[in-house]
Design a protein around this ligand. Structure first.
Ligand SMILES: Nc1ncnc2c1ncn2[C@@H]1O[C@H](COP(=O)(O)OP(=O)(O)O)[C@@H](O)[C@H]1O
Ligand SMILES: [Mg+2]
Length: 426
């Protein structure tokens, strides 16, 4: 459906995608960027935005299935407040600017991050964007954090690609926040070294518990931002009272009516992101005894000869022949059984045992490091074949692989992810 819409200067509409907005006459502001006559803006499926006419404007809006254009009620849209915040941050005189965006899930963090970045890009500042929400796939894949220096304004971070990223291996910050903070700090330093005058950092939406607040305050402590922009009144109070005045805490209102995403839609967005990353991936075959592996309780451990377990575990030699690999990692003996093994029960009085099958490795997402221990790509573990001493991974990366980092995320053949937290099993 096509709608022709006339807007008088200053008026605001809300557009829910999938839609294309052509500016026929006038000028509009969307996600912090200005679009003049002749521009065309794509509002993606599952996204909605407030659009403000900066002049008397004529729009041609093409709506896809489920899309709509609405007149917001008084107080529902936040464009003017966000614009004031963007002005305040960019005019603060602090250089370089580091602005951290904090808020609950679905409060508008990603959009406000884009808004601030776009606004400062249009002020001709060199802006870096850091995606610190490891649960989302906006700039890079879930379980990673990423940085980019966008060359032009954008609507949704999905239009950009990451210049640098760090594989974290989890999609919830509870399990890894020290690493997230370290990785964010490294990317921030990288952005500065590339000459960024402003860095806008998005964070995850975990804010509703004492641990979550500890984490967010630690994050601010270590990143030392000039501005913290908080999409929640209560949280803003917490940050204001906890942080010294050098860190300017600004409360931002959240949009009252947004296009909500169902669990299914979120899952689909994630699998689309994985599918797109791995679309040109090839299989790489590595020697198990040559590649270094971090974060795998089975493969990072000290290899032990299954024969030596015969006495310890009271095994029959028949049972022992089903063990394709064994390792000692801390106080745990890891045993990998052949997929053909059936009905084998193992126990030890002295050690904790972790018994897995050869096929249990399949599907794990791994980070790939070069010899400087820098993240260069992601891969999917296709197979670990202990008898042939090889490990196969699927990755778009064709350069040097110095080490693999195992995470806790497994992908199905259709790129649906599931997360295995808790004790290390693989
Ligand atoms: N000003 C706005 N008006 C209407 N919807 C908005 C506005 N800003 C963001 N949204 C929509 O709200 C939803 C959540 O926003 P998002 O920025 O993804 O939040 P978060 O990153 O906190 O989860 C998205 O669908 C987004 O398109
Ligand atoms: Mg987000």
């Amino acid at each position: 459906m096509i709608m022709n819409i006339d807007l008088s200067r200053g008026s605001i509409i809300r557009v829910s995608g999938p839609a294309r907005v052509d500016v026929v006459e006038g000028k509009v502001l969307l996600v912090g960027a200005m679009y003049g006559k002749g521009s065309s803006i794509v509002v993606h499926r599952v996204r909605s935005y407030g659009l403000k006419a900066l002049e008397d404007t004529k729009l041609k809006v093409t709506l896809g299935s489920g899309a709509r254009v609405e007149q917001p009620n008084e107080g529902e849209e936040v464009v003017d407040d966000w614009l004031k915040i963007a002005e305040e941050v960019s005019n603060s005189g602090r250089r370089p600017i580091t602005a951290v965006v904090i808020g609950p899930v679905e409060s508008g963090k990603t959009t406000l991050t884009a808004f601030l970045a776009n606004y400062m890009i249009q002020k001709n500042m060199k802006v870096a964007l850091i995606e610190g929400d490891i649960g989302q796939e906006d700039l890079a894949l879930p379980s990673t954090i990423a940085m980019t220096i966008p060359r032009k304004t954008f609507v949704w971070q999905r239009e950009l690609s990451a210049d640098y990223f760090k594989f974290i291996g989890y999609t919830s910050p509870q399990y890894c926040y020290g690493i997230v903070i370290k990785a964010l700090g490294d990317l921030l330093a990288k952005a500065f070294s590339l000459g960024a005058e402003a860095v806008v950092i998005n964070t995850d939406g975990w804010v509703n518990s004492p641990q979550a607040l500890d984490y967010k305050l630690s994050l601010v402590r270590w990143l030392k931002p000039t501005h913290v922009i908080v999409l929640d009144e209560y949280l803003a109070e917490v940050f204001k009272s906890a942080l010294p005045p050098q860190v300017e805490v600004i409360r931002a209102p959240r949009p009252a009516k947004v296009r909500e995403r169902s669990r299914e839609e979120r899952r689909k967005l994630r699998s689309e992101a994985y599918a797109s990353y791995f679309k040109n991936a090839k299989e790489r075959v590595l020697k198990l005894n040559e590649v270094r592996i971090i974060g795998s309780c089975v493969l990072s451990g000290k290899r032990i000869n299954p024969e030596s377990l015969i006495n310890e575990l009271g095994l029959s030699s028949d049972t022992a022949s089903n063990i394709v690999y064994a390792s000692l990692y801390g106080n745990v003996i890891n045993i990998v059984l052949s997929d053909l093994a059936k009905g084998i029960n193992l126990s030890s009085n002295r050690y904790e045992l972790n018994v897995v099958k050869e096929s249990d490795f399949r599907g794990y997402l791994v980070g790939i490091l070069n010899s400087e221990l820098e993240d260069v790509a992601l891969g999917i573990l296709k197979e670990v074949c202990f008898t042939d001493n090889i490990i196969k991974i699927l990755t778009p990366w064709d350069g040097e692989i110095s080490a693999l980092v195992m995470g806790r995320i497994k992908l199905t053949n259709n790129y649906e992810d599931f997360v295995r937290v808790g004790k290390c099993v693989i």
